[in-house]
Design a protein around this ligand. Structure first.
Ligand code: NAP
Length: 280
């Protein structure tokens, strides 16, 4: 029951109809008996400044920010976490008594999924990251906070991989971050412990595996952050009995971290996952 005491969170995006976040958060509020509600709001690009001001006016607890607002929202906020600043994108806003703080929980959610759910130890590992767009940037920042040995970046867009490498070198030891040209990718994958797909390749059923399947060996752990289907990369990994995961864990855990920022309560991660998949 929604009353005058109910605390309001939500998500601003354009379009917004496809968002799975309301399912996940409202299930979590219900499970913990919290008097909160999570509302999806369609915000056109030209209305973003007014929508952000409305967070204060309407006393919203906080909101998630999704496409196409994640970068444009930065100058509208009072403060940013180090992650949000380095990534250059915000997916979570917390309203601290009228001060709007921007954070980015995507990379932290990825690490929780990789390290806690898949039991992968990151210290000393060699990681190849494919894709230096929004998701790749957040994953790169979080990986470097977890004491990996080396992060090798590849993106078809040379400007994006160089720009991400330069931003990551500013928060880490320069030699930990390498950029790869296409012809350097096979050797880097053969050397790697972890391969991450943060490109959209695999979202369409007709997409091929993002890298040559012949390069994949059982020494790797493969994390494909696409979550809407089983990608050709993951199908190959499973057929070769290579340990792997899809992007569902990242999706659930980035939401769980936002939930904890807004409520101060430990998120019921299994309930949030079940709300998305029907399975715990
Ligand atoms: P994005 O900003 O468009 O970035 C993707 C990057 O990958 C672009 O720079 C793109 O280059 C590059 N790319 C495309 N094909 C490539 C290839 N074959 N090899 C190397 N790089 C390639 O997209 P995003 O927002 O980062 O999202 C990427 C994927 O992650 C999407 O499928 C999205 O659904 C998924 N995602 C999952 C989660 C989760 O919680 N699991 C969260 C966020 C995103 P061009 O721009 O030149 O094509």
């Amino acid at each position: 029951m929604i009353t005058g005491k109910t605390k309001i969170c939500g998500i601003f995006g354009y379009p917004i109809e496809h968002s799975l976040s309301p399912l996940m958060h409202n299930a979590a509020f219900k499970d913990l008996g919290l008097d909160y509600v999570y509302v999806p709001v369609k915000v056109a690009p030209e209305d973003l400044p007014a929508a952000i001001r409305a967070i204060r006016v309407l006393n919203l607890v906080g909101v998630n920010i999704t496409i196409p607002h994640k970068e444009k929202v930065l100058p509208l906020l009072d403060d940013l976490s180090l992650e949000a600043k380095t990534i250059g994108a915000v997916n979570t806003i917390v309203n601290c008594g009228g001060r709007l703080i921007g954070d980015n929980t995507d990379g932290k959610g990825f690490i929780k999924s990789l390290a806690e759910e898949n039991k992968i130890k990151l210290a000393g590992k060699k990681v190849v990251l494919l894709g230096a767009g929004g998701a790749g940037r957040s994953i790169g920042v979080s990986l470097l906070k977890n004491n990996i040995q080396v992060l090798s970046l590849y993106d078809v867009a040379e400007n994006k991989r160089r720009s991400l490498a330069s931003d990551l070198r500013s928060i880490s030891t320069a030699k930990k971050v390498k950029t790869l040209d296409r012809d350097e990718l096979p050797a880097a994958i053969k050397e790697a412990d972890i391969l991450i797909n943060a490109t959209p390749i695999g979202m369409k059923p007709t997409d091929p595996a993002v890298v040559d399947p012949a390069l994949l060996s059982r020494k790797l752990f493969i994390y494909d952050i696409v979550y809407n289907c089983e990608t050709a990369l993951l199908k190959t990994a499973r057929s070769k009995k290579i340990k792997c995961a899809n992007g569902l864990g990242m999706l659930v855990n980035q939401g769980a971290i936002s939930f904890e920022l807004w409520t101060g309560k430990k998120a019921p991660v299994a309930i949030m996952r079940k709300a998305l998949t029907g399975k715990r």
